[in-house]
Design a protein around this ligand. Structure first.
Ligand code: 1BN
Ligand code: ZN
Length: 342
């Protein structure tokens, strides 16, 4: 049999790659998020959820650290969770970050019922969905050869425009801003790509390409989603630039992709229940979690961050092979001709 890379063999055999992402397990994590919700910054429930995620990730052999700091306005202790795992071949090619925010917005200020607008948002889609896709990915992911993957759960992404909340960008993205500001130069230089998941659980998942994201990698992700049959969810259309946890990385010169639903199929900003008390588990579709999770799995396991350099190496090997073969042939034939003439 012709030797093909495993991924290609699978495609050849079934027309679909072999993917392990389990939507039921992702949904079980979402039920845990739901039981503890709302995960408001600085709350006991946030601490409990981080304990649960730390244990879950350690069970899959990730090394987990909690980055804690005192935020000034409001005065509250915030926490990012950072989990690291290197490939068996080491980490000489650098670091890939997979991130999502886990905090829920303290005020449901878009709720249609005015008297609920100071209630918290449960945050099951806007908060929980990205986190649980990453937790299930963490279980099954084969780390791309030569890389180290960091899974980061960011605190305080979603408190923008609320009185008393300062920092980040007008109160948004405080956790990711803190994380990037406190990176060492050597870690920053080793970061090759950041992938952020946010609001990926809507029924009728509707993903535009986010405008400030890295174009090449965004296109690659959308191409693979298409191969998996998700073209109605991953639209071949560019939307707008969103303030989200990829921004501090882009500002630091690190390529990043934000996978976020920015408009629902029926025309709402983000999704119908965005920043309302109805951002609940009944409004999250496990099929959408599965589509995003499987696409991420397929993308990461066929990762090619520098296709030009691998093409150059291949061309170099082909050209060198042809030269060596030609020299050998000339040498052999010359010897034969010389022998004949003697
Ligand atoms: C994205 C998802 N954001 C919050 N949850 C950021 C944002 C939303 C920024 C609305 C500005 C307006
Ligand atoms: Zn939000």
């Amino acid at each position: 049999m012709i030797l093909l890379p495993l991924q290609l063999q699978n495609l050849y055999a079934s027309n679909q790659p072999d993917l392990e992402f389990d939507k039921s397990l992702a949904f079980e994590h979402l039920e845990k998020y739901d039981q503890l919700s709302p995960l408001l910054p600085g709350s006991e429930k946030s601490q409990d959820f981080l304990k649960y995620t730390k244990k879950t990730l350690e069970n899959s052999l990730w090394t987990v650290e909690i980055q804690s700091w005192e935020h000034a306005s409001p005065q509250v202790t915030l926490n990012n969770l950072i989990a690291r795992k290197a490939s068996q071949e080491g980490n000489s090619k650098g670091i890939i970050i997979l991130g999502a925010h886990y905090d829920a917005r303290i005020w449901a200020d878009k709720d249609p019922e005015v008297n609920k607008r100071k209630d918290p948002v449960p945050g099951i889609n806007d908060g929980g969905s990205g986190v649980v896709v990453l937790l299930e990915l963490a279980r099954i992911l084969s780390i791309p050869e030569g890389y180290e993957v960091w899974i980061i759960l960011f605190d305080a992404e979603d408190q923008g425009g609320i009185s008393g909340w300062k920092g980040g960008q007008s109160g948004w993205i405080i956790g990711s801003t803190y994380f990037v500001k406190n990176l060492s130069d050597s870690d920053k230089n080793r970061m090759k790509l950041v992938l952020i998941l946010d609001i990926v659980g809507d029924y009728n998942l509707n993903l535009h390409k986010e405008r400030s994201s890295d174009t090449q990698q965004t296109n690659k992700i959308w191409e693979l989603a298409n191969e998996l049959g998700y073209d109605e969810n991953f639209l071949d259309q560019t939307g707008s630039s969103i303030i989200d946890d990829h921004r501090p990385f882009i500002d630091a010169g690190i390529p990043a992709v934000d996978i976020i639903q920015q408009r629902s199929k029926d025309g709402y900003d983000f999704f119908r229940w965005h920043h309302t008390t109805n951002d609940t588990i009944e409004n999250v579709d496990r099929e959408s979690l599965s589509k995003v999770g499987r696409t991420m799995e397929y993308y990461l396991e066929t990762l090619e961050l520098d296709p030009m350099s691998s093409k150059l190496i291949l061309s170099f090997l082909i050209v060198s092979g042809v030269i060596v073969l030609s020299i050998t042939l000339v040498f052999v034939f010359r010897k034969k001709i010389v022998q004949k003439n003697v």
